[in-house]
Design a protein around this ligand. Sequence first.
Ligand code: PNS
Length: 182
Amino acid sequence: MVFRNTVPGFRNPSKAWSTLGGVSVAVFPGSFDPITLGHLDIVRRGATLFDSVIIGVARNAAKKALLELDDRLRLARLAVADLPNVTVEAIPGLLVDFCREREASTIVKGLRSGSDLDDEVPMAAMNRHLGGVETVFVPASGALLHVASTLVRDVARYGGDISDLVTPEVATAVYAALGTRP
Ligand code: PNS
């Protein structure tokens, strides 16, 4: 394909987003309260686009988390243990500062719907404004369009089955935090 042969770095898709010859690092940020199979689908696909992906677990000041930050980090690490180019870290402050410290030029986000896009576009613009960091949106897989942390928590809160929405370790942690069971 002409495009592949003429765009520097595009021959190797993993270099598509990097400075030629550099290492492409992307951050996949979120609250991950909890991490879901939808998140994991985006991480897996992101890990084929970039040399390395850092899952950045943020404290979202606007939301009271169900799971403690340490639990969210532990569960995310367990879930991506088989992906050698994926790591998990806490984001202590601004996402753009974290990206700069880790030399990540790109933020990866999943998109399930138009309302996700409405939420994400201003954040992407702000992160570009603040730190020159671009955001790449990866469309959610069709079978996972309904999988959101908020819905997972709500289903589990009323004793619903979340076993095909999250990993077994996450399901155990969520039921324990809510004091419920399926
Ligand atoms: O999973 P969420 O809660 O939708 O993720 C939101 C998150 C964590 C990506 C966002 O709140 C964030 O980037 N927080 C870090 C602080 C920051 O940089 N805020 C400005 C974002 S434009």
